[in-house]
Design a protein around this ligand. Structure first.
Ligand code: CA
Length: 235
């Protein structure tokens, strides 16, 4: 039998720790808990977990510091941040520092479990990051797409925010640039096991993306519809 996957939970709220530890163990994971940033850092260095669930507001060291130090030391395991409601800026900063995903407190257990499964599965599927996953951005006409900072910046230097999902879609489109990407491929690669979306969800996200990257979203020049096939990025 395969070794159970090892999760490190760095969180200081006792109630949340109890619930999460129980739920994660019931899912078959091995779970280590650290209750402050310092302990989290030591445990992450010593145990090299398969995945880190990291709260941002922690005693001794913040989640940001922990993340920055670990990534600086070359630890590459997936990190899912626990952020609080209304801390949009924290999410962006966390993703900039190398977090893979986040959930916003208060979150549903099933949402966190789905995100953990999706990240671990992605890790198992792709042991080494492919160039497209490490792609930090690209240019599109006068626009600069910054996938790490989740921003589109126009020629005048005005930024527009991208969601994590939109950035993932652009990453996939850019990897396959010049070729159509089907709706089911978007669902497989961008949505993973996170949700149960429909192909309509993909179309809605494409419409939002067009508003951000097209001069005239009704006559797209970069994000083109390929009838019966999906969407194609023209760079
Ligand atoms: Ca906390």
């Amino acid at each position: 039998m395969a070794e159970p996957e090892h999760l490190l939970l760095v969180e200081d709220e006792e109630g949340l720790i109890l619930g999460l530890e129980y739920a994660l163990k019931r899912e078959g994971y091995r779970v280590t808990v650290a209750r402050d940033g310092e302990a989290g850092l030591s445990a992450a260095r010593a145990d090299r977990p398969d995945l880190l669930v990291l709260d941002l507001m922690l005693p001794k060291r913040s989640g940001f510091e922990v993340l920055e130090i670990l990534r600086g030391e070359g630890h590459a395991y997936p990190v899912i941040l626990l952020t609080a409601l209304g801390q949009e800026i924290d999410k962006v900063r966390g993703l900039d520092l190398g977090a893979d995903d986040y959930v916003v407190k208060p979150f549903g257990l099933s949402e966190l479990l789905a995100r953990i499964r999706a990240r671990l599965r992605r890790q198992a599927d792709a042991p080494a990051p492919s160039p497209s996953e490490t792609l930090s951005g690209f240019s599109l006409g006068d626009l600069r797409i910054d996938l790490n900072a989740l921003r589109v910046v126009n020629a005048a230097g005005e930024p527009e925010e991208l969601s994590v999902r939109e950035a993932d879609m652009l990453r996939l489109l850019y990897r396959e640039r010049g070729k159509p990407v089907g709706r089911t491929q978007f669902l497989d690669e961008v949505w993973g096991l996170d949700r149960f979306p429909t192909t309509r969800t993909v179309d809605q996200h494409i419409a939002k993306l067009r508003k951000k990257i097209e001069l005239d979203p009704k006559r797209p020049r970069h994000l083109v519809t390929v009838h019966g096939r999906g969407y194609r990025l023209e760079v």
